[in-house]
Design a protein around this ligand. Structure first.
Ligand code: 5AD
Ligand code: SF4
Length: 456
């Protein structure tokens, strides 16, 4: 822990009552934020508020996966500074990947920030807050104490009907464009027994849709109940067959770690939902190699074919990067061709941006911005078309919908299909929490319209 003194005057401290957390980035960060709020609730009884102006502690859980992340953090911090000018006791913390990457540079640039922490050290937040209040200092804590984090966390919580469980952290794949291996550290898998206990707790607390999280979940290699190594497909069987497990998902996967057992798992485990996010990044073998992805386009096709052989209705999503250094028109055409052949239901597309310290950042970022924009638009257009077609194909089908909440329109309920599409339909709010059959009657870009199929 790096502690620096704070020269501000020592007035009596107000008690800590409220917490505001601003979350950026991936599902992993959403999960980490909920654990941070659990920890702070447990240690200080803090209540979470929706407006930073009402908070005694403001935490930012940041993401550095794409460019401009730091800029966004500093501009948001500017807003918090105004609050702190009026209430000097306010504690401001910056965590997550920008915290990890920038370290005490953050406090040099924004001296009103009290805590800087990384994705591996947030379990020590209560202790950091105690040090700050006792000694009136600033704290930076960004070391990577491996698995230690997993041992210090309170029970996971259910938000609505959804629960999240981290099964592994970090990444050893070192894709040349990606900062994650440097910010999240090496791949570490949690023991199977710990994961099972956490899932059971979530189920007991009412979770009906549980997601297993990690940077490369299908690279999971944890210690099984028998002391032997347990792979991801075996873990899915154990978790998916827990009593009361209704819906199981996972994210994110790597094409290199796909295997037959995993492709078959979707058909074999009734609770495993037919949805897979499998980032491919590019359809060109030249670019895949330069990205150090460890597989060719043909391997991706093979994995998808095998998945569809067992689970034809599986919904697929992916991540794409356009304008990677050296990407030619021909390379980009290969990406479009891959998309046409695979057909995706949804996707995230990014323009390449160099991340500090990554191998790709040493190459010239030589695809002109205009070309990156054009490629991004062309790719988005094709993906939107496929997504629209995928939604239209749902019309007329009957599907099991987990009813999550009221819809925005009066009298509407909102739920999710097994393949994660949002459905709106008329129904009594008492049905929230149940899974019921719904007939799909209309399709829009982002959601479906349905009618409850009432029991005769
Ligand atoms: N430039 C553009 N996109 C990136 N991603 C990760 N790093 C970069 C980068 N330097 C994208 C990848 C990854 C997703 C989470 O973010 O597509 O799968
Ligand atoms: Fe980043 Fe590649 Fe690891 Fe995904 S697999 S987190 S893109 S290095």
């Amino acid at each position: 822990m790096l502690v620096t003194s704070n020269t501000e005057k020592k007035t009596p401290l107000k008690s800590l009552d409220t917490l505001f957390i601003k979350t950026y980035g991936c599902a992993m960060n959403v999960y980490d934020s909920s654990r941070m709020s659990d920890l702070m609730q447990e240690a200080y009884g803090l209540r979470v508020v929706d407006d930073p102006k009402d908070a005694d502690v403001i935490l930012m859980n940041t993401c550095s996966i794409r460019e401009k992340a730091e800029d966004k953090v500093y501009s948001e911090l500017g807003r918090y500074k105004k609050i702190k000018d009026k209430r000097p006791d306010l504690i401001i913390g910056v965590g997550g990947c920008v915290g990890q990457q920038e370290g005490d540079r953050i406090q040099k640039r924004a001296p009103y920030v009290d805590i800087v922490f990384g994705p591996q050290t947030y379990h020590r937040l209560p202790e950091m807050v105690k040090t700050i209040r006792r000694d009136r200092v600033r704290v930076t804590e960004i070391d990577m104490p491996e698995i230690e984090k997993f041992d210090h966390l309170p029970k996971p919580k259910v938000e609505g009907l959804t629960g999240y469980v981290t099964i592994m952290e970090g990444c050893d794949k070192f894709c040349t464009f990606c900062i994650v291996p440097y910010t999240r550290g090496a791949e570490i898998s949690r023991p199977v027994a710990d994961i099972l206990v956490e899932c059971e707790q979530l189920i007991a607390a009412g979770a009906k849709d549980i997601s297993l999280l990690g940077q490369n979940v299908n690279g999971y290699r944890g210690t099984g109940p028998d002391g032997e190594e347990c792979g991801f497909a075996a873990l899915l069987h154990l978790v998916g067959e827990l009593e009361g497990m209704q819906r199981l998902r996972f994210s994110t996967s790597h094409p290199m770690e796909m295997n037959t057992e995993l492709c078959e798992a979707f058909a074999e485990i009734p609770s495993l939902m037919p949805y897979l996010h499998l980032p491919v990044q590019s359809g060109s073998d030249v670019i895949l190699k330069a990205m150090h992805r460890g597989h060719k386009r043909e391997d991706y096709f093979k994995a998808i074919d095998e998945l569809r052989l067992h689970t034809p209705e599986i919904a697929l999503s992916s991540d794409f990067i356009v304008g990677f250094p050296g990407e030619t028109d021909e390379d980009f055409a290969a990406t479009l061709d891959l998309v046409r052949r695979v057909r995706f239901d949804s996707a995230f597309c990014f323009k390449y941006s160099p991340r500090p310290g990554t191998p790709a950042s040493k190459a010239e970022d030589n695809v002109p911005e205009m070309i990156k924009d054009e490629r991004l638009q062309a790719l988005l257009e094709l993906l939107r078309e496929q997504s629209r077609e995928g939604m239209a194909q749902q019309v007329g089908k009957s599907t099991e919908v987990l009813i999550e909440s009221k819809g925005k329109n009066e009298g509407d309920l909102q739920g999710r299909t097994p393949d994660f599409r949002i459905v709106h339909f008329k129904g009594n709010p008492r049905l929230i929490g149940q899974t019921l059959p719904v007939k799909i009657v209309d399709a829009y870009a982002m959601s479906l319209r349905g009618e409850l199929i009432l029991a005769q």
